[in-house]
Design a protein around this ligand. Structure first.
Ligand code: MG
Length: 445
């Protein structure tokens, strides 16, 4: 730790409700979410150093912000007034306290809005730590000695899959000198949203191919004949030289998933994502066996490390897709990655939404530098919508993520975007729905 600076303490915290009106143009639409408004709860943790403000984000599809907002405000009691030194020294105990809040645990435990709210708060603490060290989050973690890093992680309820000692051994066995810090991390573009026209899709695909992007994902699950037509349409543009994956967003039952993937396999998908209900481990096991060699990917709605443990141990997936705003921060994400390493399961980042792309680039670098040391068969999700609202948008080069250089997670929204889209009093929402609607709280969204 940088010893030259004075003790850093949390002074106060701001929580904002930010909503973008993406349902207007079908961005984010899929078989389950027809009208998502990409939104986030935006947490700003102020400290005794005015230059260091920890940012945490919690992604929702619009109205979900209301519930998360209320929970975040309740959970802030766990971090108010803490010093960074205390957070670093006691991170595992602090994580456990936040996750197991004595009253709110009934609203979880370790799942749903409560766990999402916890993720936003905990990621804001990592953001403070990295900014204090003048580093991006990925570099902070890469530079941490294994014995210090391991003490931030929590192994409750997963020690039958991986012990703390095994995890430490994995971290100590990594030779970071063998990895290239300038590596580009392969991305895939989620392009075929359910509501997009063929004309719009063609433009997006042609532009992305010119950018050097080699991976693509389309949404399926509305109508299998239409899904086949769309797959053929996309393959005609991207050819079979590029990776195509598919995402059903959990709408099929087991038999539908197997039947439909047998129809779609002619388009050679690399994976099918969330082929059925995200909690249905047994059906995932059956689907994984039945549609081999197509891989089954899941995890964006996997609530916690215990559920991941069961998917991984029972071969209910062949690609892990963690979501850093659903798992409770890096502390929990990291132990899932260590299980992946032990059980030899590749990681393809779930991203998109608000904040997820910016946070996710750090996870790719951490996985590559500290755990897997490989990008083979791995693709990180890339969505280029709404990037204009970030101070530090992610950078692509030749279709690959460049390691971020901004301090912390680099997830800061621009001030003008916050003023425009804060709900319900941002300029956009007042202009769109009028003051009367806002005043009466008859939300149209
Ligand atoms: Mg998905």
């Amino acid at each position: 730790m940088n010893q030259c600076k004075s003790i850093l303490e949390i002074t106060h915290i701001s929580v904002k409700d930010i909503r973008f009106h993406t349902s207007k143009n079908n961005t984010g639409s899929d078989a389950r979410s027809k009208d998502p408004d990409y939104s986030c709860i935006y947490i700003q943790v102020y400290t005794t150093d005015p230059q260091i403000i920890g940012i945490g984000t919690v992604f929702t599809l619009g109205r979900g912000n209301s519930g998360v907002h209320a929970i975040v405000k309740e959970q802030l009691r766990h971090i108010r007034g803490l010093s960074l030194d205390y957070i670093i020294t006691n991170f595992n105990a602090l994580w456990r306290n936040i996750v197991n809040d004595g009253q709110l645990c009934w609203n979880g435990p370790e799942k749903g809005m409560l766990h999402q709210a916890n993720a936003g708060i905990i990621n804001a603490l990592w953001d403070i730590w990295a900014k204090y060290e003048n580093k991006p989050v990925w570099k902070l973690i890469v530079d941490l000695p294994p014995d210090k890093l391991i003490n931030t992680l929590n192994f409750d309820h997963i020690e039958d899959a991986i012990t703390k000692d095994e995890a430490l051994h994995i971290l100590e066995a990594v030779d970071k000198k063998q990895t290239d810090t300038n590596i580009g991390y392969p991305v895939y573009l989620t392009c075929g949203w359910s509501g997009y026209s063929n004309e719009k899709l063609t433009t997006i695909l042609q532009q992305s191919l010119k950018q050097g992007i080699t991976g693509y994902k389309m949404k399926v699950g509305n109508n299998i004949e239409n899904d086949c037509k769309k797959a053929e349409f996309i393959r005609d543009i991207i050819s079979y030289d590029n990776m195509l994956s598919m995402d059903a967003n959990g709408v099929w039952n087991k038999e539908e998933a197997i039947t439909n993937m047998n129809k779609l396999k002619q388009y050679k998908p690399y994976w099918i994502e969330e082929p059925t209900h995200p909690d249905d481990i047994i059906s995932h096991i059956d689907i994984t066996k039945s549609i081999y060699p197509i891989k089954v990917a899941t995890g964006e709605q996997c609530s916690n490390k215990v559920l991941f443990k069961q998917f991984i141990q029972n071969k209910g997936l062949s690609i892990v897709q963690t979501d850093i705003q659903r798992l409770a921060g890096i502390n929990e994400w990291f132990v899932v990655m260590l299980m992946c390493k032990k059980y030899n399961i590749p990681f393809c980042l779930h991203s998109g939404g608000i904040g997820l792309v910016n946070l996710g680039v750090h996870l790719c670098m951490i996985d590559y530098m500290c755990i897997s040391q490989s990008t083979e068969g791995r693709y990180a999700e890339y969505i280029d919508e709404l990037t204009e609202h970030y101070k530090y948008p992610v950078q692509l080069e030749n279709g690959k993520y460049k390691p971020p250089k901004s301090l912390g997670f680099g997830v800061e929204l621009k001030e003008e975007s916050i003023l425009e889209y804060e709900f319900p009093n941002g300029k956009y929402w007042i202009t769109t729905y009028g003051k009367k609607v806002i005043k009466d709280k008859e939300w149209v969204l």
